[in-house]
Write a protein that binds this ligand. Structure first.
Ligand code: NAD
Length: 362
C-alpha cells in the first residue's frame, strides 16, 4: 500500500545497481521529503498547517485522518491525496502499513492528543503533537513512553521556539544583555465570542479553557525567557461570562523561579492581549506581539529592536522537525518540553481550585 516514494529506499537501489559505485550500497538512501498525515482537519490544520506544508522543503502533506467524510474529497482534490492515504479514527492504526507516511501530526481537541499520539507511535510513525501536549502529567508520560518504546521522535507544536525573534529571547536568557532578570510580565489571550456552546474549547473535559489554549504561551515564554523552571505557582480564575465557559475564561498565575525571579502571567478568552516584558538589572525588553503567527518583535529599553521574521513560522517548525528526524538529531521542542509546561498547568489548576494557594512545583 502507498509505496509511491519508497523506491528511494528499495527499488531505486536495485534498478540502478549496476551503475552505482560500491560505496553507494553502504550509504542508506534518505527520503528527500518526509510524508506527513494531518490528524484532525479543523481550523489549524485547514487554514494554517496544510498551506504551510506547501512551503516546506523537507516534508509534505501526503495523508489525512478525519472523522468527517464530507471533508475527504475536498482535501483529496486540493492536495492530491490518494485514496490509500485517507484514514478515519477507527482505522488510523493501519497507517503502520503505509510507507508513504512518516509522521502523524495530531491536531485534535486537547483531550484526544494522548490517545491518537499513542496510536501513531504504535504504528511506528513519528509524532508531532499540538500544544498543549495533553491534559495532565500522566498523559504526557504515556505519550513519551509510547514514542520511546517505538523509537519514534516526538515533538510538540510550539512554533515560536523555531521562530528567529523568539530564538533571540531564548539566547538572551543565557547572554543577559540587559543584566540579570528580576521579573517578567506575560499575557496572551483573545476575545472568544463563544458563539457555539458545543465548541470543545469551552468545555473542560475536552481540554477547553483559556489556560490550555492560550495560557501555555505566556507560561512557555517565561520559561524560555529565563531558561529556568518555576518552583511554585499561585493562580486564580475569573469569569465575565460564567454561564458560557464551563472551563476557565480568564486565568491569572504568578510564578516563582530560582534566584528570586518572579513572573506575573495572564491568559484570557475575554480580551485581546499579547505581550511579554522582561525587567532586568540594567533595563528591560518587551516582545510584542508575543505569539502571533507573524510580526513577533522585540524592543529594548535602549531602543534596540529585533525585527520580525519574514518567513512562515509553521513551515520553519515542520522543516526543523523533519530535519531532526532525517538526521536523527534531537528536536528543538521534544515531548519533555510539553511535559514541563503541563506540570505547571496542573499546579495552576490545583492552586485556582484552592483560591490561589501557593503550590510548590517539584
Ligand atoms: P478545531 O476545533 O478547529 O479542530 C479540531 C478538529 O478535531 C475538528 O476537525 C474536529 O472535527 C476534530 N475532532 C475529532 N474528534 C473530535 C471530538 N470528539 N470533539 C471535537 N472535535 C473533534 O480546533 P483547532 O483550533 O484546529 O485546534 C486543534 C489543536 O491545535 C488544539 O490542540 C489547539 O491547541 C492546537 N492549535 C495550535 C495552534 C498553534 O499556533 N500552535 C493554533 C491553533 C490550534
Amino acid at each position: 500500500m502507498g509505496n509511491r516514494r519508497s523506491f528511494l529506499k528499495t527499488s531505486g537501489i536495485l534498478l540502478a545497481a549496476s551503475a552505482l559505485p560500491l560505496s553507494s550500497f553502504m550509504i542508506p538512501q534518505r527520503k528527500s521529503k518526509l510524508g506527513v498525515a494531518l490528524v484532525g482537519l479543523g481550523y489549524y490544520s485547514k487554514d494554517i498547517l496544510a498551506p504551510a506544508l506547501q512551503l516546506t522543503k523537507y516534508c509534505e502533506l501526503r495523508g489525512i485522518v478525519t472523522g468527517s467524510p464530507e471533508k475527504i474529497p475536498v482535501w483529496q482534490k486540493k492536495y492530491k491525496i490518494p485514496d490509500a492515504n485517507v484514514y478515519n479514527y477507527e482505522n488510523m492504526h493501519t497507517i503502520a502499513d503505509n510507507d508513504d507516511i512518516d509522521i502523524v501530526y495530531i491536531v485534535l481537541p486537547n483531550s484526544l492528543h494522548k490517545p491518537y499520539s499513542i496510536i501513531g507511535a504504535e504504528a511506528g510513525k513519528h509524532v508531532w503533537c499540538e500544544k498543549p501536549m495533553a491534559m495532565n502529567v500522566s498523559e504526557c508520560e504515556a505519550i513519551i513512553q509510547a514514542c520511546n518504546k517505538n523509537k519514534v521522535q516526538l515533538t510538540i507544536g510550539y512554533r515560536l521556539q523555531h521562530e528567529p525573534v523568539t530564538q533571540t529571547i531564548i539566547k538572551w536568557s543565557q547572554t543577559k544583555p540587559y543584566g540579570t532578570i528580576n521579573s517578567l510580565y506575560a499575557e496572551a489571550g483573545f476575545y472568544n465570542r463563544a458563539s457555539d456552546h458545543n465548541n470543545w474549547k469551552l468545555h473542560k473535559t475536552l481540554g477547553g479553557g483559556a489556560m490550555y489554549d492560550m495560557g501555555v504561551y505566556p507560561l512557555n515564554a517565561v520559561r524560555y525567557a529565563t531558561g529556568l523552571e518555576p518552583i511554585s505557582v499561585s493562580a486564580t480564575h475569573e469569569y465575565t461570562r460564567p454561564n458560557v465557559f464551563i472551563a476557565d475564561e480568564i486565568t491569572h498565575f504568578n510564578l516563582e523561579f530560582p534566584n528570586g525571579i518572579t513572573a506575573q502571567c495572564k491568559t484570557s478568552f475575554a480580551e485581546n492581549i499579547n505581550t511579554m516584558k522582561v525587567d532586568c538589572a540594567n533595563g528591560w525588553y518587551k516582545a510584542e506581539p508575543l505569539q502571533y503567527y507573524n510580526g513577533v518583535s522585540v524592543l529594548g529599553s535602549d531602543g534596540q529592536k529585533v525585527s520580525p521574521f519574514q518567513g512562515n513560522q509553521q513551515a520553519k517548525q515542520m522543516d526543523d522537525d523533519a530535519l531532526a528526524i532525517m538526521n536523527k538529531t534531537a528536536p528543538i521542542v521534544p515531548g519533555e518540553e510539553g511535559f514541563k509546561d503541563i506540570k505547571v498547568v496542573e499546579a495552576i489548576y490545583k492552586s485556582a481550585a484552592q483560591n490561589g494557594k501557593r503550590i510548590p512545583i517539584a
